[in-house]
Design a protein around this ligand. Structure first.
Ligand SMILES: Nc1ncnc2c1ncn2[C@@H]1O[C@H](COP(=O)(O)OP(=O)(O)OP(=O)(O)O)[C@@H](O)[C@H]1O
Length: 314
């Protein structure tokens, strides 16, 4: 089974959101990483056949998905970013409704929906209205509806946005459990969401794939470019403003340990350290607005320290 993206381009008013993207996806979890506006949602909407490419095509086992139509949609599971949950439905009614839309007969649907609500930990809430659910519960219901038809292709667009760490881990494990023998495409800008469960990482920037590979191979592309150095708090601020700072840890003695992604050692005495996927992400998006977030945040913390919000520096 394979899904091939062949020279896919999508333009909105002549501006490309996805630009000449090609890849062959086979069963496994693909983590689609990218900053806001990188083109992730546009790509996923094309994979789900809800948006037509401006150029190129998507083929499932060699057949154009645009021609397959309902036959392709029957093999597809989709959890969009802004999923409408019908707040006045109970969880079970919502599942049965989604099952009907996907063409399951009512008897089979009842069994399947009960089984899925059990699997996502919502069996005890089957008769509760969706409006009473927390964000994490809604997303678990979201993945349950996405797999009702046991899809071959499962597309999850930023499914963990807004979830607390515990719910994120829970959701991640659910995805892992549901992903057997499926092509799973999962977009996020939360690196840890894909670090543990993705078989392959696709890094998207300005509508193109700029990096692709197994997580360890992708991370190794920044080997020798991640540094840690002990500097004064003032130097840490300067680095935050000028370099791609991945982390700053201020110490109570007025110093700081700064982690920097850079081609060269940022200061004399900086030690080269083992890179992580987060380092890679920050390095890849270092020139984008919002990149160097750790550094910017660190400067904020320092300003707050000065203003006494954290008790001031001793
Ligand atoms: N319907 C549309 N009309 C016009 N421009 C669009 C439309 N949809 C997306 N875009 C533009 O295409 C680009 C890519 O957007 P897209 O939503 O695919 O990015 P993304 O990586 O999913 O971002 P985010 O992480 O914020 O969801 C952006 O510049 C966006 O403004």
């Amino acid at each position: 089974m394979e899904l091939s993206l062949e020279n896919l381009t999508k333009r909105f008013a002549e501006k490309p959101a996805v630009h000449d993207v090609s890849a062959t996806l086979r069963p496994g979890v693909y983590g689609l990483l990218g900053a806001n506006g990188a083109g992730k949602t546009t790509l996923m909407r094309m994979v789900c056949d809800v948006l037509k490419p401006s150029a190129g095509r998507i083929a499932f086992d060699g057949a154009d998905i645009a021609r397959m139509g309902d036959e392709y949609r029957a093999m597809l599971g989709y959890l969009p970013q802004d999923f409408g949950y019908y707040p006045d439905f109970t969880a079970m009614d919502f599942m049965l409704y989604m099952a009907a839309l996907k063409g399951l007969d009512r008897r089979a649907a009842k069994l399947r929906c009960a089984e899925l609500l059990e699997e996502v930990g919502l069996a005890a809430h089957a008769k509760a209205k969706v409006r009473t659910f927390s964000g994490g519960m809604k997303q678990r219901l979201g993945i349950a509806q996405a797999v009702i038809n046991d899809p071959a292709v499962l597309v999850l667009d930023e499914p963990t946005a807004g979830l607390d760490p515990k719910e994120r881990v829970r959701f991640r494990n659910l995805i892992s459990g549901f992903s057997q023998d499926k092509i799973v495409l999962l977009s996020t800008h939360i690196v840890s969401d894909v670090e543990y469960i993705a078989d392959d990482i696709l890094v998207m920037k300005a509508g193109r794939f700029v990096l692709r590979g197994r997580p360890d191979a992708v991370v190794s592309s920044v080997a020798g470019k991640v540094w840690e150095c002990r500097v004064s708090a003032r130097q840490a601020d300067e680095l935050s403003a000028s370099a791609c700072v991945c982390n700053v840890h201020y110490a109570s003695d007025g110093g700081a340990v700064v982690r920097v992604a850079a081609d060269e050692a940022p200061v004399a005495g900086a030690a080269s350290v083992e890179p992580t996927l987060e380092d890679l992400y920050l390095y890849t998006f270092r020139d984008d607005a919002g990149a160097g977030a750790a550094g910017a945040a660190a400067s904020e913390v320092r300003r707050d320290r000065k203003s006494g919000l954290f008790g001031g520096r001793r």
